[in-house]
Structure formats: structure tokens, C-alpha cells
Write a protein that binds this ligand. Structure first.
Ligand code: SF4
Length: 326
């Protein structure tokens, strides 16, 4: 496959086709660098060498009644993931100040569970107002299934972006979750766009899905208009239904990042959970397709650490993107 030619066409407007994305996912390893080169040229056009850093905070953890097969926070899983109710307002706000000191541009507050109870939603609104008045950070929240009215309340309080992942294709979704549907996830994602908020919605790869599933969920994200796409790689957690799966090989993760870049040329593409576990010493290559990453760990697992992240970004010739005023 002539990846540079496809990259040039994407640079001229448009995006890779479904067939080209499938070819990218199944490309021989010998083509990996030319595929990444094509993705890099597209990344360079839209984002330069900047890397947007995100810090995530698990404001409420565990004890979730849903049964997402990958998730260590499901009450159906038998894991040692921490379980606690919503953290104190001051602790969450101090986390934002710390994120700003580290050079993060966005602070993402995450709640386990199917959707928010009224008390948590109201408290989050107050927290958002304080973060917006005390920092220059953009804010993001993830709290499950929301109505349009709830999204509008969060926006009025100062929320910039809401995260709600589709995770996998509509076809494969029932294999990983039985307590809610793909249609419900999509409806929340649409409500976020309808309310005029940025939509962060991504995927979790390595759950046993096919290449077709990966491309189809990417196409759905394109159709919904997701602004930011976290690409997570499953690091199977002991005690979850998917604990017996193997991690995806690093080359397969890189091909997926490149395929997503060619399908979604100007979207913020994030190397997300499982980065260290699946990509290992090849993490930096992911930055040639992705323009964003988390630092300081994930919801229930630590990352390689802020200093190591900085060193990796700089050694690969990238730079931290400036903090953006909301
Ligand atoms: S709804 Fe969220 S917290 Fe609950 S099991 Fe699914 S992914 Fe985990």
C-alpha cells in the first residue's frame, strides 16, 4: 500500500476510506514506519509537534452497578480497585491547581457509575465554577449517561468538554456490556454535541473485537462529530471478565493510532490507558499519530510518571502544547 500517497490525499482534504483503514490495521510490520510517516504528516499539519497533556482524576471510584467486562470498577468484577464515594470538593479543586502547575491544559474529573445522582451533579457544578475562576484550565467531566438538560447545567457551570466513550462497535458492544446499550451511549454523546460542548469519546481496543469493529467505531465517532478521541488499549485487569485476554502487541497499537489519524485527520487523538503496558519502549512512536496523552496515570492504574512522560516527549522531538484559555 502506498501510505504516503494516502497521507497526501488526506492532507488535501477528506479522510481515509473504510477499506484503507482496514488495510492500515492489517498492514505488514514492514510497512509500519511508512504508515506512521503518513499519519505524522497529517498530525503535523493540524497540530504541529505539540502534545496536549491531560490529567485525569477519579473523583468517585468503584461500586458501579453496570457490567462492562473490561472495568475493574464494576461491582461484578472481583478486583482490588479502590472504592470510594465522591471526594471532597477541596481535594478535587486542589487536583486542578496541581494539574495547572504541571502544565496540563485540561483537567478531567471522572465518576464511576451509570449516571450521576442529583447531589453529585450539583456539587460538580459548584466545583467547576471554582476551577474556572481559580485556574486557566479547560475542564472535562465523565459521569456516565446524561440527559440533555443535565449536560446543559454542566455547561452553564463552566464545563468545556464531556467524555463518554463508545468503546467498541455497535455490533460488538453487547459482548462487553449487558446493562446499557450502545444506543444509550451514542444518545449521550449526541446530547453533548447538541448542548454545544466539546465531545470526548473514544475506544478501548484489545477486547476481542475485529479490525472491522475498530474501523466502524471510528467511523461512528466521525459521524457524531467527536472532538477528542482517546484510544485506550486493554491492559486486562485480574478479576474482570476480560482478565484472560492478552495485551495487544505494540505494532498493532501503533497501526491503530495511524489508522485513526487517517480516518479523523483534525481530531484530537489521545494515546490513553494501556499506553505504557502495551506500547512499552515504543510509546514515543505513538506521538507521530496522536497529539495528546494522559500524564500522571489513569483511573485505577499508575502511569510511568510525569518526569518520564516529559522526557519521552522531548526526546522524540515533540513539545508540550500551551495551556489554552477556555
Ligand atoms: S459504567 Fe463506567 S464505571 Fe461502570 S462498569 Fe461501565 S465503565 Fe466501569
Amino acid at each position: 500500500m502506498n501510505w504516503l500517497e494516502i497521507g497526501r490525499r488526506v492532507l488535501g482534504g477528506g479522510a481515509a476510506t473504510r477499506e484503507e483503514a482496514l488495510e492500515a490495521l492489517s498492514a505488514p510490520d514492514d510497512e509500519l514506519l511508512s504508515l506512521l510517516d503518513a499519519a505524522f504528516r497529517v498530525r503535523l499539519r493540524h497540530f504541529g509537534r505539540g502534545v496536549r497533556l491531560h490529567v485525569i482524576r477519579n473523583a468517585r471510584s468503584g461500586a458501579c452497578g453496570e457490567d462492562c467486562a473490561y472495568c475493574s470498577q464494576s461491582a461484578k468484577a472481583h478486583t482490588d480497585a479502590p472504592t470510594y464515594s465522591m471526594q471532597a470538593d477541596e481535594a478535587i479543586i486542589e487536583g486542578a491547581r496541581e494539574a495547572e502547575r504541571l502544565g496540563a491544559m485540561r483537567y478531567c474529573i471522572v465518576f464511576s457509575g451509570r449516571g450521576p445522582i442529583e447531589a453529585d451533579l450539583e456539587r460538580l457544578c459548584g466545583i467547576l465554577r471554582r476551577i474556572k475562576s481559580e485556574t486557566r484550565l479547560e475542564t472535562c467531566a465523565s459521569m456516565g449517561i446524561l440527559t440533555l438538560e443535565q449536560v446543559r447545567r454542566l455547561k452553564a457551570a463552566g464545563l468545556n468538554r464531556f467524555n463518554h466513550n463508545l468503546e467498541t462497535s455497535e455490533r460488538y458492544f453487547p459482548s462487553i456490556c449487558s446493562t446499557h446499550t450502545y444506543a444509550q451511549r451514542k444518545a449521550t454523546a449526541r446530547a453533548v454535541k447538541q448542548a454545544g460542548l466539546d465531545l470526548c469519546s473514544g475506544v478501548l481496543l484489545g477486547m476481542g473485537e475485529t479490525f472491522e469493529d475498530r474501523v466502524d467505531v471510528a467511523l461512528d465517532l466521525r459521524e457524531i462529530g467527536a472532538d477528542s478521541i482517546p484510544v485506550n488499549f486493554l491492559d486486562p485487569r485480574p478479576g474482570t471478565r476480560l482478565e484472560g485476554l492478552s495485551r495487544l502487541p505494540a505494532n498493532e497499537c501503533l497501526k491503530a493510532l495511524a489508522a485513526f489519524r487517517l480516518l479523523l485527520p483534525d481530531r484530537e487523538l489521545r494515546m490513553a490507558g494501556g499506553r505504557e503496558a502495551c506500547l512499552g519502549p515504543m510509546q514515543a512512536l505513538g506521538l507521530f499519530a496522536a497529539n495528546s496523552m494522559f500524564t500522571r496515570g489513569y483511573l485505577t492504574t499508575p502511569g510511568q510518571g510525569y518526569e518520564a512522560d516529559l522526557k519521552m516527549i522531548e526526546s522524540a522531538g515533540f513539545e508540550i502544547a500551551e495551556i489554552v484559555d477556555a
